[in-house]
Design a protein around this ligand. Structure first.
Ligand code: GDP
Ligand code: MG
Ligand code: K
Length: 295
């Protein structure tokens, strides 16, 4: 008997800082992957694709939902999350071992009622006592019908194969949607914007209440290299010093790390200029949100 090929969409969700990005990147196995599309269209924004002998996991992006503030942004984001999750085959809900917070609870009603949700309990490496795990997991399990529970450490690469197998078992049978070794249907500018945004979130995500948006304002490319000007749009003037850091240390680090990633990605010299702009009230204007790519 031959093993059927399985292929489907997987969403990784959770409150900020539980390790979604680390986990997704660890599962896919490379930081950024470029996807060429085989399937005609997809409703999803593809983060990356992992193709193995018997399965293809298509990881989709869901916007980070906002927990601390109300407003249009919040409602739109939550709607987008709900829609995205209704359309995927498997949702991986990531929580942090031993640390349940209001943000986790707020995500629960957005989890799909039908379909498969796997609970990934991340950061088990940081857990001081394993004894409390059972009580912690039981408490979460009582609040949603999860298909499986897998404790993992995204950072240390613990139990990731186990998690992939739990996901794979729940993917529908079907032909691969993407070429095996290629990975994105998003233009390079968008990937670079995401890359910078990720650096910002890693560094100051907790302190930026509305998050931020990155807009690529200039992109000049030739054989010699690529010159990119990227603007980080923040909500308030008070967010500027947060993003700058002492003596501009945060911005320096964001630009340096983003540039290094871009060199790897584009395989040519990169001249990157990153600056901050304050656009008051942008997160409360739906038209602006659409303009910026949140559909
Ligand atoms: P996201 O906001 O959910 O995407 O979280 P990130 O992937 O950006 O991770 C947030 C922080 O948690 C980073 O400092 C990671 O290095 C850290 N982190 C992620 N996974 C693990 C893990 O398995 N163990 C530990 N100790 N830290 C982790
Ligand atoms: Mg993240
Ligand atoms: K994401």
């Amino acid at each position: 008997m031959t093993t059927p090929f399985r292929c489907g969409f997987v969403a990784v969700v959770g409150r900020p800082n539980v390790g979604k990005s680390t986990l997704t990147n660890a599962l896919i196995g490379s930081k950024i992957s470029i996807v060429s599309r085989k399937a005609q269209t997809t409703r999803h924004r593809i983060h990356g694709v992992l193709t193995r002998d018997h399965e293809q996991f298509v990881f989709v992006d869901t916007p980070g939902f906002q927990t601390r503030h109300g407003g249009t942004m919040n409602r739109m984001m939550n709607r987008v999350v709900t829609q995205a999750l209704a359309d995927v085959d498997v949702t991986v809900h990531v929580v942090e071992a031993g640390k349940w917070s209001a943000g986790d609870a707020q995500l629960l009603p957005l989890l799909p009622q039908s379909g498969h949700t796997i609970l990934a309990v991340n950061k088990v490496d940081a857990l001081k006592s394993k004894n409390d795990m059972f009580a912690y997991v039981s408490k979460i399990m009582a609040q949603h019908s999860y298909s499986a529970v897998v404790p993992v450490s995204a950072l240390r690469g613990v139990q990731l194969e186990n998690l992939l197998q739990e996901i794979a078992a729940r993917l529908p049978e079907g032909e691969p949607m993407f070429e095996a070794d290629t990975l994105t249907d998003r233009p390079m500018r968008f990937i670079v914007a995401e890359l910078i945004r990720e650096k910002v979130f890693r560094l100051v995500g907790d302190e930026l209440p509305y998050g931020c948006t990155v807009v690529i304002e200039q992109w000049d490319e030739n054989e010699a290299g690529v010159r990119v000007a990227a603007c980080i749009l923040v909500e308030r003037e008070t967010h500027r010093p947060i993003l700058l850091g002492t003596g501009g240390a945060h911005m320096k680090r964001i630009a340096t790390e983003a540039r290094q990633d871009m060199v790897k990605l584009l395989d040519k010299p990169v001249f990157l200029d990153v600056y901050i702009k304050v656009r008051k009230g942008w997160s409360d204007r739906e038209s602006t949100l659409r303009e910026l790519g949140y559909e």
